[in-house]
Design a protein around this ligand. Sequence first.
Ligand code: UDX
Length: 423
Amino acid sequence: MKISVIGGGYVGLVTASCFAYLGHIVQIIEIDSKKADLINQGIPPIYEEKLEEILKQTAGKNLSAQSHYEGLGDADIIFICVGTPPQDDGSADLKYIISASKSIGAALKGSKKYHVITVKSTVPPGTTESIVMPIVLELLGNGSNCVGFCMNPEFLREGRAIDDFLHPDRVVIGGSSEEAVRVVQEAYEKLDAPVITTSLKAAEMIKYTSNAFLATKISFSNEIGNICKKIGINVYEVMKGVGLDHRINPYFLNAGLGFGGSCFPKDVMALIRLAEKNGEDPVLLRSVIDINERQPGRIVQILNERIGDIRGKNITVLGLAFKDNTDDVRDSRSIPVISELLEHGAVISAYDPMAFESMKKIFPGINYHTNAGDALIGADACLVLTEWPEFSKLNDEFNLMKSRVIIEGRKILSCSGIEGVCW
Ligand code: UDX
């Protein structure tokens, strides 16, 4: 099939590369021409496991990138993969969805071919139907027969996005017609996954609901963890026993500093705003965010209880990324922790295997190191904030500290003499 993908960010690039890997002819339309050039050379503009390998196999062959809309009229499916960043009040900003819809409508004018315009970006329920469809149809002006509309949410985890795309738990396709759904379903034909077909609005809601439920599991585990910590129980022992109940399952029950990243905080907030706009009071979702915002402060409080006044103390922070295997620090729980440490006058040394460059832009004044050992020399305390697998091997490095006070915000260390934020 011929597939065009609007937007070459995390979602667009992974989607385009994987469709090319599956044998389709794929065109990425990315306004940043530097990014498009890199993609054409087979160089990933972002870090994502296995992406380079796939780009090398497809770029210049059945995958190409450009910064204009020429050739869009050849596409069977046009995926909209642009950002929907939060506005000041937390609701989703749809300006890029609107501009992509206008460009698609203008580029398809006069086309005789049948195209399915498919929204992959996370958008509030009703967006495809009430915003994308009317904009495109008005610009096309040639009736609705040559276009269909679908909403096909992504469930890609950063760092594992390629595997998630190629081995999904399910493919959700909401459509304006059976024909439109059939075309999008065909694009996924080679994948071994159940396909759920729904209305456009339900597909949009499935994405928000999935992320809100996963975020709820994490905040729930953190609340149980906070209670466990007070009464001397290891919450990981508890959740192992709880997660084996098949009605619950063992995933996303890892207590710690809470969730960060580009999706969970933004999507839960957008769902809260959507509920409020519709006259609902989303009590549970607000608590999910509330617990998440309080968790980072708890590790600083424990540190305070262990070493007293933080002012002037050397604190080592291991892990800056919002999770392991990524250089992304968006909404990382390490940001509020470092801010609070700095407010209290701590001197911070930090190490992260990948994310130090991104964090330097937020905290240029702290001392960054290229390995954990160097960051630990002379430290009064160490906080572990990301579950990087390499941290599990740390042991002798902690002997370089002035005093061995080690507190984990993520459960990853295997040496003795440590405690966790809620275990
Ligand atoms: C998430 C969703 O998983 C994905 O389906 C969606 O499309 C985008 O958002 P991502 O943000 O890449 O993916 O990261 P994920 O692996 O889900 O983790 C999110 C955050 O939750 C991280 O900060 C992680 O450390 C934290 N987390 C995860 C926990 O604190 N405990 C857990 O048990 C699991």
